[in-house]
Structures are given as structure tokens and as C-alpha cells.
Design a protein around this ligand. Structure first.
Ligand SMILES: Cc1cc2nc3c(=O)[nH]c(=O)nc-3n(C[C@H](O)[C@H](O)[C@H](O)COP(=O)(O)O)c2cc1C
Length: 222
């Protein structure tokens, strides 16, 4: 696949077919993606690939946590978005809920949607990217961001879809319990991966982008 076509066609997939992804394919994707650049070639990514019963146990554990009203406990803390960033976040929710036919005031359906994310949108596999806590967190996050996009692009070559997900590692204690990822590692992000269910309304989403003139400043050009 042409690289520009791949970048343009990648999108977050929020429902998958149940078909498992062969380990060999996941391994090939990771072999490609580990060619990603990293600061001083430190390659801080530590990759945990989860499927089958273990993944189902994490899904169940996450859903139980949600039902209990427990607060998420991610390794990388985050602060709420403000201003234009909050506006873009809300716009995304409006687009998704519109496609899914979920009314703004329908708290039950909104909660149900939230739960899907914690179930990794029922993907047959999840890739968790962690870094040793000795590595500066913002540096590690940058490099893990680079490999994340490369994983998502490489996945397209195999007919696979992905969704990069903060939600995936938000209940860090659940993920640790079933994967054995130790406390000495910072779980930065998860990527749901599988064969897209193209009939699912939210998978038809075309997320918006600011035009380049709004985000780029040109210096030294005529
Ligand atoms: C760091 C990061 C965290 C994300 N976390 C979530 C998440 O928890 N749940 C979700 O549904 N999508 C998540 N996404 C997907 C974004 O919502 C998505 O990339 C964005 O809306 C642009 O849409 P696109 O990926 O379809 O181009 C995340 C993406 C990134 C890069």
C-alpha cells in the first residue's frame, strides 16, 4: 500500500469481527513497527500482546471496575482538556454518538458506549506499550507515540484495523493482574487490533482535522 494512501485511510476502528489475528501477522507488524525512530535509538517501547482468555479476563475486570464506580488509575496521569481542545473532544463525541444514534441525554447508552472502550471494542487482540520507569516519561511517550502510529499503518497492510486507546490501560491494576506487567514499567497506551466490522456505524466516522493554515506557521518563506 502506498504510504500516503495508508496515512489517509487509517482511522480508529471501534468494532471488530471476532476472527483472531494470527500471532505470525502480529509479529510481522511489530517487526516492521520497531523500525520506528526513537530518541538516541533508545527504543524504550516494551510490547505486551494480549489475546484469548487473558484478554477476556482483562475486559471482564475492567467492566467490573466500571460497574463498581472505581476511579481509573492510569500510570500516565492526564488532566482534562480545555478550550479548543475540549471543543474538539466534544465534537468527536457528537460525531460518534450521531452515527450510533445515541441521544445526548441518554445516559445509559452513553455509559454503554464508554464501556465498549474498556472492552477494547471487542478486538481479538490488544497491544500494550510500556516503558521502563527509569526512562523520562515524556521522552518515552514521544517514542511510543511514534511506534503506535507505525503499528497502525503497518496493520493496514494485513487488512487490520486499530484503535489507539488510553482507555485500554486506565484500570492499570486490572491489566497488571492478568499480564504480569510489573510496577517498574509505565503502561503508556494500548492499541486494539483486529479485522474491522465495516458495517458498524462508528467505523464510518471520518474524524475532522484543522486545515494546515490553522496549525502551521511558516518562517523564511516568501
Ligand atoms: C493517545 C491517544 C489516546 C486515545 N484514546 C482513545 C480512547 O481511549 N478511546 C477511543 O475511543 N479512542 C481513543 N483514541 C482515538 C482518537 O479518538 C482518534 O485517533 C481521533 O479521534 C482521530 O480519529 P482517527 O483515529 O479515526 O483519525 C486515542 C488516540 C490517541 C492518539
Amino acid at each position: 500500500m502506498d504510504i500516503v494512501e495508508a496515512v489517509r485511510s487509517r482511522k480508529s476502528i471501534r468494532r471488530y469481527k471476532p476472527d483472531p489475528v494470527p500471532k505470525e501477522i502480529l509479529s510481522e507488524i511489530l517487526a516492521i513497527a520497531t523500525r520506528s525512530p526513537s530518541a538516541m535509538n533508545t527504543q524504550p517501547w516494551e510490547i505486551t500482546v494480549v489475546a484469548g482468555e487473558v484478554l477476556d479476563k482483562i475486559r471482564k475486570g475492567n467492566v467490573e471496575k466500571l460497574a463498581s464506580g472505581a476511579a481509573p488509575n492510569p500510570d500516565v496521569p492526564y488532566k482534562p482538556y480545555e478550550g479548543i481542545y475540549r471543543e474538539r473532544q466534544v465534537e468527536l463525541a457528537i460525531q460518534i454518538f450521531g452515527l450510533m444514534g445515541i441521544a445526548r441525554e441518554d445516559k445509559e447508552k452513553r455509559a454503554e458506549w464508554g464501556q465498549r472502550g474498556f472492552r477494547f471494542f471487542d478486538a481479538p487482540a490488544l497491544i500494550i506499550l510500556s516503558a521502563d520507569k527509569s526512562v523520562d516519561e515524556s521522552r518515552a511517550s514521544f517514542d511510543i507515540g511514534a511506534i503506535s502510529q507505525t503499528i497502525c499503518l503497518a496493520a493496514l497492510n494485513y487488512g487490520l484495523g486499530t484503535c489507539i486507546e488510553d482507555q485500554a490501560t486506565m484500570f492499570s491494576e486490572v491489566v497488571r493482574k492478568f499480564t504480569g506487567i510489573p510496577e517498574s514499567k509505565c503502561m503508556v497506551i494500548g492499541i486494539a487490533i483486529g479485522y474491522p466490522d465495516w458495517d458498524f456505524p462508528a467505523n464510518k466516522l471520518e474524524s475532522k482535522r484543522e486545515p494546515v493554515e490553522n496549525v502551521a506557521t511558516w518562517c523564511g518563506f516568501d
